[in-house]
Design a binder for this molecule. Structure first.
Ligand SMILES: [Zn+2]
Length: 123
């Protein structure tokens, strides 16, 4: 369990889950294919990006759902500003969280060993 939390935390902080030193991203939204320090392959296939997108979607919708219930049911916040705020959050947060969600997915792949298995579809 500690290894999983450590790998996800490394991914959140955009560090390699194996050596904890290599940076996952060059700059912007471009992810290194392998760790520049230890050579761990972060995402083996192009489709692996969907794992990070799933994490991003789940976190975004969880925050929106919790905030909707908390602010919508327990406070006197007017509905329109609340909806506009949550709408802005739904657009901006996934962009800001994009790199960390892909990093967390890379950490999950490392823990499950999916980035170390031979890929029969790869050429
Ligand atoms: Zn590394």
């Amino acid at each position: 369990m500690f290894r999983l939390i450590r790998a996800l935390l490394d991914g959140l902080l955009l560090r390699c889950p194996r050596c904890h030193r290599g940076h996952m991203f060059e700059r912007g939204f471009t992810m290194h294919r392998t760790c520049p320090v230890c050579g761990l392959e972060f995402e083996r296939a192009v489709g692996e990006v969907t794992g990070g997108m799933a994490i991003n979607t789940v976190v975004t919708l969880t925050v929106i759902t919790v905030c909707s219930f908390v602010f919508g049911l327990t406070t006197n916040v007017p509905l329109l500003p609340l909806l506009l705020s949550l709408g802005a959050f739904a657009v901006l947060f996934p962009i800001a969280f994009y790199r960390s969600s892909r990093g967390m997915w890379a950490g999950f792949l490392y823990i499950t060993g999916d980035n170390a298995e031979p890929d029969h579809l790869r050429q």
